[in-house]
Design a protein around this ligand. Structure first.
Ligand code: SF4
Length: 413
């Protein structure tokens, strides 16, 4: 009976955790061995994938400690006024499940979040106890991602960082005004203060060259956050500006974007429709451009219409089409930061170009070999045997590179 109870709790609390994108989950179609056919199951509750600082992909048990919550955030399925089945794990139950799954090689770590029960301090203390028990009593070496309760005592946040690899506090909405309206018990200032504390503690934990004794480790995989897209009226340019300020101000490793999805019994203050998933994808691409390609948020926003990114083409191509006076660039002489702005050239392609051009002058076919596809690159570069002539400024260049997708026959039924 106890086993059944635990399984039921796991089913509720893993399902409730799936809305948090700050530990990205992998989606897959249903395949399982129930009914005696086949081996294994992709429907197992609460397993998600995340990337560690060294780039490894790890499977995590992703659960909430509880989905009871005293807060009433309009966009959240676990809000106090929501009519969902509730459950709560004891600390030892989460510890036991984690160890059990870990020893069987199902998972390589734990992502643990929670609704707020009693108070921020009490909830954070419970989360910290799970991580502390795993580390100190069971010598658990797996990955731990803990959700921060921003209202909690800074001492608890400090303790969380000693045991967790990554910490995250969700800023949730791009506009502070929207947070006040949709999550009246939350305070953007308090969330940012907790992020600031994590940043300072992480910097203090970096060993100096002359330190004889290493400072205690603190969340070595850094901190992340989640922004919900499409729940308030924020356009993409505002979302990118908010992300840029979070990266700059708090040293975040990742901002995750989660397209708002209408929840059962949702509040009437929320939109009825979800935004196109492509919007979330374009924001991830824009985020990538800010982190690895030297673009600023306003630069990416130059090509936006009414603050919204073009859904039909990627943001780098949209920017380049809008700034054609900067092209073509010579692949044999242009510096790295300029090559990174050429549509179709990724970081790896640019590094390969820089390495090969030390020994020989590149022709178009060399560039084609060093990148994924040369069609997108060609209008924006000059090589030893190639110049685009009028192609860069051609009126129909966009249509030539990214033809509109073929119309799809709508179903009559
Ligand atoms: S605090 Fe808000 S977002 Fe978090 S679980 Fe409670 S209702 Fe949901």
């Amino acid at each position: 009976m106890a086993q059944l109870d635990l399984r039921r709790k796991l089913s509720i609390l893993a399902d409730a955790a799936k809305y948090d994108a700050s530990c990205a989950s992998s989606g897959t179609s249903k395949r399982d061995s129930f009914g005696g056919k086949g081996v294994g199951s992709t429907e197992g509750m609460g397993i998600c994938h995340a990337y560690t600082p060294d780039g490894r992909c790890v499977s995590l048990l992703k659960v909430l400690l509880t989905n009871f919550c005293i807060y009433d955030c309009a966009y959240c399925i676990n809000r106090a006024s929501s009519n969902v089945p509730r459950a709560r794990f004891a600390v030892d139950e989460v510890v036991g499940l984690t160890l059990n799954f870990y020893k069987r090689n199902y998972i390589e770590g734990l992502f643990l979040s929670s609704g707020i029960i009693r108070s921020g301090d009490y909830t954070m203390e419970q989360l910290v106890r799970v991580a502390k028990t795993l580390r100190t009593e069971h010598d658990f070496r797996g990955y731990i991602h803990l959700k921060l309760i921003p209202e909690a005592d800074p001492k608890l946040v400090e303790e969380a960082g000693l045991y967790a690899d990554r910490l995250s506090a969700n800023i949730e909405l791009p506009r502070d005004e929207a947070l006040r309206r949709l999550a009246p018990q939350k305070d953007a200032g308090v969330i940012k203060k907790a992020m600031g504390q994590v940043r300072l503690a992480a910097e203090a934990a970096k060993p100096g060259k002359r330190d004889r004794v290493k400072p205690p480790r603190f969340a070595p995989a850094g901190q992340s956050t989640q922004l919900i897209v499409g729940a308030d009226g924020s356009p993409d340019t505002e979302i990118m500006a908010r992300s840029a300020s979070l990266y700059g101000g708090y040293g975040l490793r990742r901002v995750y974007y989660s397209a708002f999805s209408p929840i059962p019994d949702s509040s009437s203050v929320l939109p009825l429709e979800k935004p196109p998933l492509m919007r979330e994808h374009r924001l991830y691409q824009a985020d990538w451009l800010m982190r690895f390609y030297g673009f600023s948020a306003p630069e990416i926003g130059e090509a936006a219409t009414n603050g919204m990114l073009d859904l039909a083409i990627d943001p780098k191509l949209a920017w380049a089409l809008n700034r054609r006076e900067l092209f073509p660039v010579d692949v044999n002489t242009a510096p790295r930061e300029v090559l990174l702005r050429v549509p179709g050239l990724g970081v790896k392609s640019v590094d390969r170009i820089l390495s090969v051009r030390r020994w020989r002058t590149l022709r178009l076919e060399d560039v084609a070999r060093l990148c994924r596809g040369v069609d997108k690159v060609r209008p924006f570069i000059v090589a030893l045997d190639w110049t685009p002539g009028g192609l860069t400024d051609a009126v129909d260049l966009r249509a030539r590179i990214a033809p509109d997708p073929k119309p799809v026959q709508m179903s009559l039924f």
